[in-house]
Design a protein around this ligand. Structure first.
Ligand code: ASP
Length: 307
């Protein structure tokens, strides 16, 4: 059988009391989900199928800041971004600021498969939802007690919009729990998917890197598949996922050397950044500069690892 491999992440960032408390639950969830993704590959499913299904399951798990469990913005609303990319065709689909359907990655896949576009938002998404007959869901589905508490903590702290600059929230950005997956299938194809609830208490309308192809999500059979997490503004301005892919193409160096160099190029104190990366040989690289990154993978030998 040809090489298959899969890696998933549940976000990079600082440790928190919540993460300590649910340490075992995180591991259990990541293990079950990476195994489910691996089974799809073993059964002859495509890399796109595997990353789609793993991200969909991660969105359903309230431990992660994606789908159910998404962060609340400064209006107390959930707004989610997601993206998926097929390394075989370079087709991609992404959605920004979506809040109507249970699984944002489902709409991202629909953008990729059913439209000539890459990134959709607003009315276009609503039309696509209707076209695909996907049920609308109430925002209350996404809001967990944990995220609600964080919202109120920000609100009573110094996170209010300031008078002198209404577009600046004073709260320090806290992003944690974005999810992503990269996979290599039996046909030798790579794919990547990423989904997020974004940054806590951010200004409504902020868009994250997770739905920007080349920033938080990228896949190309010629090079590698990448899913990113961390401070989105850095991933966007660094075009992190595409940079890694381009370095693979231009240097031919092992992906771990490249990921380590790219992550090392970010000012450590200024931002938290993490990536999972997989190439066509099945090599996996996971690099981050944050205190922790939830991650799990099954390599070409079928060996499972979870942290
Ligand atoms: N990248 C996401 C964002 O900027 C957050 C994360 O990965 O934790 O919203």
């Amino acid at each position: 059988m040809k090489n298959i491999a899969i890696a998933i992440h549940g976000g990079a960032g600082p440790m928190s009391d919540f993460i300590y408390e649910y340490k075992e639950e995180y591991k259990k969830s990541l293990t079950a989900i990476v195994q489910a993704g691996h089974k799809i590959l073993v059964d002859g499913g495509t890399a796109v199928d595997a990353v789609y299904e793993t991200v969909r399951r991660l969105e359903d798990d309230p431990l992660f800041n994606a789908g159910r469990g998404a962060a609340l913005n400064s209006y107390g609303e959930t707004r989610m971004d997601a993206a998926i990319m097929d390394g075989a065709t370079l087709a991609a689909g992404a959605v920004a600021n979506q809040h109507h359907i249970k699984n944002p990655i489902q709409l991202a896949l629909a953008v990729m498969r059913d439209t000539p576009y890459v990134l959709l938002t607003g009315d276009g998404l609503e039309g696509l939802r209707k076209y695909k007959n996907i049920d609308k869901i109430s925002m209350s589905h996404f809001i967990t007690a944990h995220q609600l508490q964080k919202f109120f903590d920000h609100k009573k702290g110094d996170g209010h919009l300031t008078n002198d600059n209404p577009f600046f929230t004073r709260s320090t950005k806290s992003m944690t729990g974005t999810v992503g997956a990269v996979a290599l299938d039996v046909y030798g194809n790579l794919a990547s998917a990423t989904s997020t609830g974004g940054a806590d208490y951010c200004l409504p309308g902020r868009v994250s890197d997770s739905c920007i192809i080349g920033a938080g999500c990228y896949a190309n059979n010629e090079t590698c598949a990448v899913s990113g997490t961390g401070d989105g503004e850095y991933l966007m301005t660094g075009l992190t996922a595409h940079t890694i892919s381009m370095m693979v193409k231009l240097t031919g160096l092992p992906i771990d050397t490249i990921c380590s160099n790219v992550i090392g190029s970010y000012p450590e104190m200024a931002c938290d950044i993490g990536v999972i990366c997989l190439d066509r040989s099945g090599a996996i690289s996971i690099r981050f500069n944050a205190e922790r990154m939830h991650r799990a993978w099954i390599d070409v030998a079928g060996q499972l690892s979870c942290f």
